[in-house]
Design a protein around this ligand. Structure first.
Ligand code: IPE
Ligand code: IPE
Ligand code: MG
Length: 249
């Protein structure tokens, strides 16, 4: 099963190119519920979800959005049934292998955030290969959060900084936001301007806790496998209506 054919290749006329988010992050939720509603096993929702993510990435490129981050697997998702976890790990590995050529053609620079060393060895190798091969691409920065947890990310940054203090390389007073950010998995990637969550859940589920401090939130009832360009268009329209005050008046 594949996603619906793509429509809206060009930026819709009602969207202002100048006011697009530079970085969009997505919590791709609702795959299991989507499958259940179709009378299918949960894994079919994940499979369809990959097609939807591929089209969103292409859409961001078509419309001039420079960075997309997708939450693929949380540190909490290890608690799912073993068959589902195994299916997801195999799916990630297969998709990476299959899509590398297209990512090169489409000038995609891929990154991964999360505790990658704890992933299956063959997936880890595929991750390293895709990051290395796409590192000079400049069309869009595509980040996949895999075995990612926001609290864990903050803790590992704290540990790394503590070691530097202990070794006398930095003084505690030198720890500021810029230094801290250099120790996050997302170092070098700007904070998301817009965070989208599908399937209607009103929570962050441990995603980018530091980075979304001032992101605009957009939550839709639509399940991830149904999130198409028309839905993304709606999210961007809503974003462009927002008044981002950043605490000012
Ligand atoms: C999101 O869909 C995908 C992952 C977390 C990997 P879910 O699998 O969480 O789908 P629901 O929320 O159970 O419907
Ligand atoms: C968040 O979805 C994680 C991903 C989308 C990868 P979950 O389905 O795991 O989140 P909860 O359990 O509803 O908080
Ligand atoms: Mg879910």
């Amino acid at each position: 099963m594949t996603a619906k054919p793509t429509v809206l290749q060009e930026l819709p006329a009602d969207l202002n190119q100048e006011r697009l988010p530079r970085h969009v992050a997505v919590i791709m939720d609702g795959n299991g519920r989507w499958a259940k509603r179709q009378g299918l096993p949960r894994i079919m929702g994940h499979r369809r979800g990959v097609d939807v993510l591929k089209d969103l990435l292409r859409c961001c490129r078509d419309w001039g959005i420079k960075a997309l981050t997708a939450y693929a697997f949380s540190t909490e998702n290890w608690g799912r049934p073993l068959e589902e976890v195994n299916f997801l790990m195999t799916l990630f590995e297969r998709v990476l292998r299959q899509e590398l050529r297209e990512m090169m053609q489409e000038d995609v620079q891929i990154h991964f955030v999360g505790n990658l060393s704890a992933l299956p060895r063959t997936l880890h190798a595929e991750i390293e290969r895709s990051v290395d091969e796409t590192r000079h691409n400049q069309g869009i920065q595509f980040t996949v959060a895999t075995n990612y947890g926001g609290r864990q990310e903050i803790l590992q940054a704290c540990r790394a900084i503590a070691v530097q203090v202990q070794q006398g390389l930095i003084q505690p007073e030198q720890i500021d936001e810029a230094l801290f950010e250099r120790h996050l998995y997302t170092a070098g990637i700007c904070d998301p301007d817009l965070l989208i969550r599908t399937s209607g859940e009103m929570r962050l589920s441990n995603f980018l806790l530091w980075q979304v401090a001032y992101s605009e939130l957009y939550i839709t009832e639509t399940l991830w496998p149904d999130f198409d360009r028309a839905e993304f268009h709606r999210a961007l329209s809503a974003y462009q209506q927002r008044d981002r005050r950043f605490g000012k008046v």
